[in-house]
Design a protein around this ligand. Structure first.
Ligand code: GLU
Length: 373
């Protein structure tokens, strides 16, 4: 198997996510850490690597200002803390990066921004343009306006979305643990660090579920979720310990943290958006012939191959394609609503017009809008 040094040799576009636990010390921002991070990113830029930083820490940075001793539970208080803290966070980044002659830019996103194709492409263009100017974009969730329905929810997932947005070669998640461990260190003393994950199996998910403290704050589970998105898109991800590991060492290919390898070829940017950014609104259950045609021969999904419809969806929304056992094998954008599909399922394409009174498309999901998972 190719070693890390070789794998990382041609990496040019990197998203680095730093978690609140790494950015804070005691109950305030750790300015020393922010300075070290800026220094490492500046060095990587000199070496020709483009970096986007996805930074947490806003809520935490705002708590002190609002005299909150513990993380608030109410949404308005969390949003107020984020609004105050985001500013402090960026101020500290600005001071730290200026010491290296670098300018930073703030991009605040919600899931809603990413789901909307126009806004998605706008965000992509902005990030790429900032890179063109040699600026370091710093991304966070727009916590002060995001409500439950429009949130990404955690910055591990957000960083995977950002990595996909700009086709990053690598996502590095800087956490407060060394990487993925083979169990809970509090329960079994002989746990070891898993250095490479070539496939995210059930066993790997179990390790993540048992990762103790990290898991308790939502940690390892969302990191594995992020790894699934990034590696299924054909890219790599590393989980490392932000407190002690250096970004430079990681990018030089040293054996640090856990490396998740790509699952298959690089997916196009649009297919990533369909498969991992859009919300799945329902499912189409397909027969064996249709599944084989989609998976084996890259065909579209026709009404004749559909046996059942689940959920309620409109034309153009994302749905899963499942086999009869309920396993999702693909995802795509539908040409017909759930009500329409119910009427034409099992029928030949030439019958669509007779049944519906119109036939805009012969396929329920065209292959161009379909991603095999
Ligand atoms: N956006 C949150 C903040 O800046 C952090 C969310 C997360 O760490 O997952 O405080």
């Amino acid at each position: 198997m190719m070693n890390r040094r070789e794998r990382f040799k041609n990496i040019r576009k990197v998203v680095v996510k730093v978690g609140t636990s790494v950015l804070t010390s005691g109950d305030d921002l750790d300015i020393g850490y922010i300075q070290r991070l800026a220094g490492e990113i500046a060095e990587l830029r000199r070496r020709g690597t483009d970096i986007i930083l996805v930074s947490s820490g806003a809520i935490s940075a705002g708590m002190g200002q609002l005299s909150l001793k513990t993380r608030p539970r109410s949404i308005p208080q969390l949003q107020a803390a984020a609004a105050v803290g985001q500013n402090r966070l960026m101020h500290n980044y600005q001071v730290a990066f200026e010491q290296h002659g670098l300018t930073i830019a703030q991009i605040l996103l919600t899931a809603d921004d990413l789901k909307d194709r126009q806004r998605y492409l706008n965000a992509r263009n902005t990030l790429l343009t900032l890179w063109g100017y040699g600026i370091i974009p710093i991304v966070n969730e727009n916590d002060s306006v995001a409500t439950e329905e429009i949130r990404v929810g955690d910055n591990d997932s957000l960083s995977a979305q950002v990595a996909n947005l700009i086709d990053a070669d690598l996502l590095i998640i800087m956490s407060d643990i060394d990487g993925l461990l083979s169990g809970d260190p509090r329960k079994c003393p002989d746990v070891s660090l898993i250095s490479t994950v070539s496939e995210i199996t059930l066993q790997i998910e179990r390790f993540a579920g048992k990762a103790g403290r990290e898991y308790a704050i939502g940690g390892m589970k969302t990191k594995i979720q992020a790894a699934k998105i990034v590696t299924s898109s054909g890219e790599m991800m590393v989980i490392a310990n932000g407190r002690k590991d250096s970004l430079i060492d990681i990018l030089e290919g040293k054996q640090i943290g856990t490396l998740f390898l790509p699952q298959g070829d690089r997916m196009s940017c649009r297919k990533r958006w369909i498969a991992f950014t859009l919300e799945k609104k329902g499912s189409l259950i397909a027969d064996e012939g249709a599944i084989n045609a989609i998976v084996g021969r890259g065909k579209s999904l026709l009404p004749s191959g559909i046996v059942d419809v689940q959920g309620k969806f409109k034309t153009g929304e994302a749905v899963g394609i499942e086999d009869r056992s309920g396993k999702e094998i693909a995802r795509g954008l539908v040409n017909y609503s759930s009500d329409e599909v119910k009427m034409i399922l099992g029928k030949k394409s030439y019958q669509i017009e007779d049944i519906l009174g119109y036939c805009y498309y012969e396929e329920v999901i065209h292959r161009d809008n379909l991603v095999v998972l």
